[in-house]
Design a protein around this ligand. Structure first.
Ligand code: TLP
Length: 344
């Protein structure tokens, strides 16, 4: 059957030889004492790149979002999220369990929330109400199929947030995919947010880690929360070293992943029984509707696996395929011919 083509996620990417070398050679110290020079370099580099004062290296995107929520809010606060957001869907309810935060969701359009709808759910001063503590957006938006939220829509949300003095956090797990699709530096997106989390371990292919960025004062507080949730690592420079290579070398090549996703979507759209809108594929995620094949997404993925291609069931009839550095144009062609034979 040959090599398995793994399109489940960009999290499956393995570190490059250059990352492994950098990890081997990394200069390290005890980061809880603030003495790991490689972690510090990564944090400074990330902050500079996103136009913020300071950065904090965290274990995962989930931890980065959780620490951001803990730092911005108090128990009993309301957190406003888009209804399909990763924080709401896939982070194990951590904000409620560990932060005592109540979530209020707003239905979005391809991940973006309408400023008017947002304004309706922001709490006033009524004695009965929990205070609205934070608004978080996600760009690119995972469940919306890697949709990019345009700058005007972010700006409109920020204007509402400012009117009520509410901070904003960005789940920017894939912010560099968004920046590439928008044709702007990532800092142009980040400037609308008080804090941003982005991942090194997805399309950028580092083995572990995300970075939280914000003001110096805010990051100092976030550092304490990171310690509380057990994220104070010691000689973490070994991991940060790969993150530095990720930021320096792996951002520009995301263009290939986007091109492969578009190619894949265009090919899938030609296969009878499959529904996908190639115009909606803006980055590296393809949402494929398999309802008309009569198969569930689970069954579709199971059949596909037998033929050497891995994909994720996302909803009962929606399959997600994600492109990344460890799959090639040839793999896209192979995937198309495998799927076409499978449903044909
Ligand atoms: N997403 C993973 C799964 O959890 C679904 C994936 O395969 O896409 N924010 C966004 C937008 C994400 O997509 C993810 C991971 C995270 C946060 C969490 O990052 P990790 O997995 O590092 O905790």
């Amino acid at each position: 059957m040959g090599r398995v083509i793994d399109l489940r996620s960009d999290t499956v990417t393995v570190p490059t030889p250059e990352m492994r070398r950098a990890m081997y050679e990394a200069e390290v110290g005890d980061d809880v004492y603030g003495e790991d020079p490689t972690v510090r370099r990564l944090e400074e580099m990330a902050a500079r790149r996103l136009g913020k004062e300071a950065g904090l290296f965290v274990v995962s995107g989930t931890m980065g979002n959780l620490v951001a929520i803990l730092t911005h809010t108090r128990p009993g606060n309301e957190l406003i999220l888009e209804a399909e957001s990763h924080i709401f869907y896939y982070e194990v309810g951590g904000c409620a369990a560990l932060g005592g935060v109540m979530v209020r969701t707003v239905p979005g359009q391809r991940g973006a929330i309408d400023p008017g709808e947002l304004e309706k759910v922001i709490r006033g001063q009524d004695i009965h109400f929990p205070p609205t503590g934070l608004i978080a957006l996600e760009n690119t938006h995972n469940r919306a199929g890697g949709a990019v939220i345009p700058l005007e829509k972010i700006r409109a949300v920020r204007e509402v947030a400012d009117r009520y003095g509410i901070p904003m956090h960005l789940d920017g797990a894939r912010i560099f995919n968004a920046a590439l699709a928008l044709g702007v530096p990532a800092a142009e997106i980040a400037r609308y947010f008080d804090s941003v989390m982005f991942c090194l371990s997805k399309g950028l292919a580092a083995p572990v880690g995300s970075v939280l960025v914000g003001s110096r004062e805010w990051i100092a507080r976030a550092r304490k929360w990171r310690k509380m949730v057990g994220g104070g690592m010691r000689q973490a420079g070994i991991l940060a070293a790969a993150g530095i290579v990720a930021l320096e070398k792996m951002v520009d090549r995301l263009v290939e992943d986007h091109a492969n996703a578009k190619f894949l979507a265009a090919g899938l759209a030609e296969i009878p029984g499959l529904k996908v809108n190639p115009a909606e594929v803006e980055t590296n995620i393809v949402r494929l509707d398999v309802a008309a094949t009569g198969m569930t997404a689970e069954a579709f993925c199971a059949e596909l696996k037998l033929r050497g291609v891995l994909a994720s069931p996302f909803d009962p009839t929606i399959v997600r395929l994600v492109t990344h550095k460890d799959v090639t144009r040839g793999d896209m062609e192979k995937t198309l011919s495998v799927i076409s034979r499978m449903v044909g």
